[in-house]
Design a protein around this ligand. Structure first.
Ligand code: FES
Ligand code: FES
Length: 132
């Protein structure tokens, strides 16, 4: 029921682990099943310079996290925000319908990490403006 690409990324997930000194960390979970994904991003020049993650979930969640990490490495943040769960599933040559929601973990974690990063930047700028 899984494509060859899903099986490959599931058996051999890329970029798994923890980043030392990440710029931002985001954790996202599916409350229905308790599965979760934690991603660590290093952001440089408004791009993802490096990414690692820890995943607790099914084969589809592992494969989607793995391919998503490859897709977004080096990508400008604005582009990452446009990556959808469908794009991630497409990059794996598709997912079974009942597994589509698992790809939400990767897209959701990436989007939430970038929002947090941008909020943080905005706050820092405000704080600086207030101090000057
Ligand atoms: Fe829970 Fe896929 S991550 S079923
Ligand atoms: Fe929870 Fe698939 S059942 S992510």
């Amino acid at each position: 029921m899984y494509t060859e690409k899903v099986m490959d990324h599931f058996a051999n997930p890329r970029n798994v682990g923890v980043l030392e000194n990440p710029t931002v960390i985001a954790k996202i979970g599916d409350p229905d099943c308790g599965d979760f994904l934690v991603i660590f991003l290093r952001i440089e020049n408004d791009r993802i310079a490096d990414i690692k993650y820890k995943i607790h979930g099914c084969g589809a969640a592992i494969a989607t996290s793995s391919i998503a990490s490859e897709m977004v490495k080096g990508m400008p943040l604005d582009e990452v925000l446009r990556v959808t769960d469908q794009d991630i599933a497409d990059a794996l040559d598709g997912l079974p319908e009942e597994k589509m929601h698992c790809s939400n973990l990767a897209a959701g974690a990436l989007h939430s990490a970038i929002s947090r990063y941008r909020e943080f930047l905005a706050q820092a700028a405000q704080k600086q403006a207030a101090e000057n």
